[in-house]
Design a protein around this ligand. Structure first.
Ligand code: GUN
Ligand code: ZN
Length: 434
């Protein structure tokens, strides 16, 4: 297996948060040299043609666009099989569909089959890194890591912690969940390209003792992450204030146990107040915006503009199975529409940033993934702008790369992802089951 490759095509990548013309670049005839899975050269073909290695064939795709692999900062792998379950808001949806589904992942064979399937589907959609919920069973976590490790993927997951307010069969207990998480961290953290996230499901399904032990784990293993849900739904927020009457707010529950850090990712964060946002900013914690899920469960409209004005980091996630697509293009499109409903406008370059480099930054992986720059791992996508008749016709009318990118995020889906490269290796989309 050679991970040396030269790709010549159009190239687009963010290099920072886009501000007007800065923070991103576009090459209409660019070249990427990949040496042992790492980007060793990138630039215009004219500039680099004299220096690119002569012994590696140049694969030329003049009509196609290379962009960084997408990063999905909040998704549940066991919920892919129950995507699109009709008709409830969060708490009923969890009880009716989610918990019964997650029960099945106590069976390692079942979990392994579904983890393989999930990763195939994720790669097909062009997502190369994700922060992933498993279930409360260690088997579900091992199954996911084994599948991701075999494919050499940069992935983060962890055992879901939940010791109350769900069916007995999927509950753990505080000390047992600490011990199981510790064993999984020792087994997987830092193996290959894998990371570990300490994952309390959300405050209502954990006792104070469990949250306290989660805080202890985070301190004991400083290279792990904290991944949970926060302020997604109004009824959920009210429930949290009843369960934790001593805390000022939902965020304060997590903060009280040392769970709000610069390695913490909170899915949703729709219903937060100024004090919460100031605190998140102070801790450099991240909110993962999940627009498809918020629309599907009727959770609310994420105030992206106001939240960013506070300086809080924001990233993008699908939140499948409450989200209805694994595609980050579809998710960008939903994010755009959620902003439209609030009189704000999400630019295409900004949406690209949210789905790529912003996720890498939140995971402290910005020197490894999230953009097309020398020294980074070659987890990249080759996009076919002619994948569908409508996308093709629309992009032919484009007046700028921003315009093309915008059409892609509104009209694109997995059909536009011609190839997903992991460390420069094609994942052979043709071999992937539909
Ligand atoms: N809050 C607690 N668990 C879940 C979940 O599985 N999905 C979503 N969207 N929100 C949650
Ligand atoms: Zn979720």
């Amino acid at each position: 297996m050679s991970r040396n490759r030269i790709l010549r095509a159009q190239i687009l990548s963010c290099t920072a948060k886009p501000q007007g013309e800065s923070g991103w670049f576009y090459l209409s005839d660019g070249v990427i040299v990949i040496s042992d899975g790492i980007i060793s050269q990138v630039g215009s073909f004219t500039d680099l043609k004299a220096t690119i290695p002569a012994d590696i064939p140049v694969e030329h795709f003049p009509d196609q666009l290379i962009i960084p692999g997408m990063i999905d900062l909040h998704v549940h792998y066991p919920q892919l099989e129950m995507i699109g379950a009709h008709g409830e808001q969060l708490l009923d949806w969890l009880n009716r569909y989610t918990f019964p589904t997650e029960l099945k992942y106590r069976d390692k064979t079942y979990a392994s089959e579904k983890a393989e399937w999930f990763l195939e589907q994720l790669l097909k959609q062009g997502t190369t890194t994700a922060l992933v919920f498993a279930t409360s069973s260690s088997e579900s976590v091992d199954a996911f890591y084994e599948a991701a490790y075999a494919r050499n993927l940069r992935m983060v997951t962890g055992k879901v912690l939940m010791d109350r307010n769900a069916p007995d069969q999927i509950l753990d207990d505080a000390q047992g969940s600490y011990d199981a998480s510790q064993a999984l961290i020792e087994r997987w953290q830092g193996k290959g390209r894998l990371g570990y996230a300490i994952t309390p499901r959300f405050a209502p399904t954990s006792t104070e003792q469990q949250l306290e032990l989660a805080g202890d784990l985070l301190k004991k293993y400083p290279s792990t992450y904290l991944h949970t849900h926060l302020a997604e739904n109004r009824a959920e927020c009210e429930w949290v204030s009843e369960l934790f009457p001593a805390q000022r707010s939902y965020l304060d529950v997590y903060d009280h146990f040392g769970l709000v850090t610069d390695r913490s990712v909170f899915a949703h964060g729709i219903h937060l107040d100024k004090q919460d946002l100031e605190r998140m900013h102070q801790c450099d914690a991240t909110i993962c915006h999940c627009p498809s899920s918020n629309l599907f469960l009727g959770s609310g409209l994420f105030p992206l503009k106001a939240i960013r004005e506070t300086g809080v980091r924001v990233t993008l996630g699908t939140d499948v199975g409450a989200g209805t697509s694994l595609s980050q293009f579809t998710t960008q499109s939903d994010a755009y529409k959620v902003q439209q409903l609030q009189g704000a406008s999400l630019g295409a370059m900004d949406a690209l940033y949210l789905a790529t480099l912003a996720g890498a930054e939140a995971l402290h992986y910005q020197d490894k993934i999230g953009s097309i720059e020398v020294g980074k791992e070659a987890d990249i996508l080759r996009i076919n702008l002619n994948a569908t008749a409508i996308l093709s016709e629309r992009t032919k009318q484009s007046e700028s790369i921003e315009d093309t990118l915008f059409s892609l995020m509104i009209l694109g889906d997995d059909r536009a992802v011609a190839e997903t490269y992991i460390l420069g290796e094609p994942t052979r989309k043709s071999a992937i089951t539909e």
